[in-house]
Design a protein around this ligand. Structure first.
Ligand code: PEP
Ligand code: MG
Length: 329
């Protein structure tokens, strides 16, 4: 089986009816690049920058970050990298960045909220990312956007930083693709407005499920309610994909859901253009992808949207996968 999966490394990620799906890797540590190569990713769909800030008292300097991003570009050999700005707070803590104790950190000063509040820190990161965009194909992505004003504020600061770099004669890509994570219910509900503001969406299902279902993603007591195929989640994914495509932008998933082969057909049917996952999941997902059609996915989604409970949703998916891929499920 291992050898068979290895063989998928060099095959295209394409469905039986010819739809290309981009399969990328999520990285949160420098050392994971080897894995990404081994499993044949088409780029880094989510580069989590938190690790650069971990285990130290001072945040990384512009130069340190620039070097890390350039080294990432080198290691992935010219493939595109989507760098997410700092996603601190919530379940992610960093010593040295003084986050106050909050009664409800998941809904507190985290991710883009923190960056917009600590604007100097944010600008240092933007400068480093933009300078790396002068070296290779870099996209920038902002986490936990919950309204249009936030993305507009990010874009305004980004513009200012680009002008600054140009005045200093430092190379950067002034047309760097700008995307947002869709991981709050408000972002889903106003996805058509948000899609007017950016070049791509990336759905963070880990948080999206937490916030949509009001279930703490790290709380074992309510883990049984943390349910990727709750009918509300299916609808949220559908709304987000439809809004992206109506505006002519691409949409991918970079939450854990993207790497689960049982979900692949449904995700294709929902219209996802790309999936970004732990690199070791890529071969299994690609194997499913190459055995099914988008049309089968769409038919399945149509059926699933009629179902009132996740139990029925998952039973229907299970049954369909057993029919289509009896050897795999
Ligand atoms: C997500 O929320 O799905 C996501 C990819 O971001 P993180 O897991 O880093 O919060
Ligand atoms: Mg998240």
């Amino acid at each position: 089986l291992a050898q068979e999966l290895e063989d998928y490394r060099n095959l295209e990620a394409v469905t039986t009816d010819g739809v290309r799906i981009s399969l990328c890797g999520n990285l949160e540590m420098e050392s994971e690049f080897k894995l990404a190569h081994k499993h044949g990713v088409e780029g880094i769909g989510l580069y989590r920058t938190e690790f650069l800030y971990l285990g130290r008292q001072q945040p990384p300097t512009e130069e340190e970050q620039f070097e890390a991003y350039c080294s990432a570009l080198d290691k992935i050999g010219g493939q595109p990298i989507t760098i997410r700005t700092l996603d601190i707070g919530g379940d992610k803590f960093v010593a040295g960045l003084n986050l106050d104790d909050e009664a409800n950190p998941a809904m507190g000063l985290r991710a883009i909220r923190f960056s917009l509040q600590e604007e100097n820190l944010f600008r240092v990161q933007l400068r480093a990312i933009l300078r790396a965009s002068g070296r290779g194909p870099v996209r920038i992505m902002f986490p936990m956007i919950s309204g249009v004003a936030e993305i507009r504020a990010c874009k305004r600061i980004l513009r200012e930083v680009i002008t600054e770099l140009e005045q200093e004669g430092l190379a950067c890509n002034p047309d760097i693709p700008v995307g947002i994570m869709i991981e709050t219910p408000s972002a889903v509900m106003i996805a058509p407005f948000l899609a007017q503001e950016v070049d791509f969406f990336s759905i963070g299902t880990n948080d999206l499920i937490q916030y949509f279902l009001a279930v703490d993603r790290g709380n074992q007591h309510v883990a049984y309610l943390y349910d990727p195929f709750h009918p509300a989640i299916l609808r949220a994914l559908k709304m987000t994909c439809d809004a992206a495509h109506a505006a002519g932008i691409s949409v991918c998933i970079c939450g854990e859901m993207a790497g689960e082969p049982l979900y692949t057909l449904v995700l294709i049917g929902l219209g996802l253009d790309g999936l970004s996952m732990n690199p070791s999941c890529v071969p299994r997902v690609k194997r499913v992808l190459r055995h099914v059609s988008k049309q089968q996915g769409e038919a399945l989604v149509e059926k699933l949207l009629q179902l009132p409970t996740s139990k029925e949703v998952s039973a229907t998916i299970d049954q369909q996968m057993r029919v289509l891929l009896p050897d795999l499920f």
